[in-house]
Design a protein around this ligand. Sequence first.
Ligand SMILES: C[S@@+](CC[C@H](N)C(=O)[O-])C[C@H]1O[C@@H](n2cnc3c(N)ncnc32)[C@H](O)[C@@H]1O
Length: 322
Amino acid sequence: MSNYLQTVADVYAEAADKPDATLCCVASPVWHLPDLRIPQVMQEMNYGCGSTVDPRDLRGDDTILYVGVGGGLEALQFAYFTRRPGSVIAVDPVAEMREKARANFEEAARLNPWFRPDFIRLHDGNALDLPVSSASASVAAQNCLFNVFTSDDLERALSEVIRVLRPGGRFATSDPITPIPLPASLVGDARLRARCISGCQTFEDYLAAMTHAGFGKVEVRARFPYRYLHPNEYPELLAPVMLESVEVTAYKVPDGVDGPAIFTGRTATYFGTLETFDDGHGNLLRRGMPTPISDAAAQRFGKLKDVVLTPSTWHSKGGGCC
Ligand SMILES: C[S@@+](CC[C@H](N)C(=O)[O-])C[C@H]1O[C@@H](n2cnc3c(N)ncnc32)[C@H](O)[C@@H]1O
């Protein structure tokens, strides 16, 4: 195991023994769903930086791979939708974290009559070499883990996710992003990296890593402030840096006509004389009705005189084409 991965394991072994309110988290509330009671300890161990659970996407017959279980909050939320033995497979290489998650699932079963701990299968496993067979999961998820990896390891972790997903499967992911590349001394600080501060990529590099791995469609679901790094605390910085958190759903599907289709919440509206306008690339615009389009399609539509475009909202909800 490389040095920085050992530091990551050490940080999370400590965070399993004693909940750490300064680790990763954002202040936004977690999903509360009917008849779902989340144990207090799971909320205290919310080491995510967004949410990867989106009720709109989930189906009872999904098989979900969760990478980096933490206190088990999101694995429990996923199990809420699937409710079958082994329907959520959670992997984590840190024994202390698996042990804590196991105890938290027992507590969740006491609070939730519908939940059984065997809905979630916990495995000793590493994101860089997943102990899961190829094309076996319909959904994969990770929250605030992949940002700790170096670019090479991120590439490897993403190729593992692609491998285990079935064709058409979805990858729900949430990580910090940085507006500018951070100074090498911060990037090289293994403990800051492990604490989800200094390993993160720029938004463009983060999405490029996903499309490079083979995700043909990528939706940016949310993007919001995560951490403010100030030179008072980090003298290596020349100016303050606001890190953001991004929530993305990526699909294991072929590329669109323009290459990988990235949706950031842009729309196109046709206002010409026809009832509908077909761009010949799978986008059918109804007159006066905003239609979700990919950023690449927006480039093409930008050249047409009877189409108006709206900017990225960072809240793509799916739909649209190519
Ligand atoms: C930032 S925490 C996130 C926990 C959880 N996803 C959440 O949202 O609360 C990172 C988790 O990944 C685990 N982890 C660390 N290194 C890992 C690796 N190489 N592969 C998989 N999981 C890892 C840690 O033990 C920890 O549980």
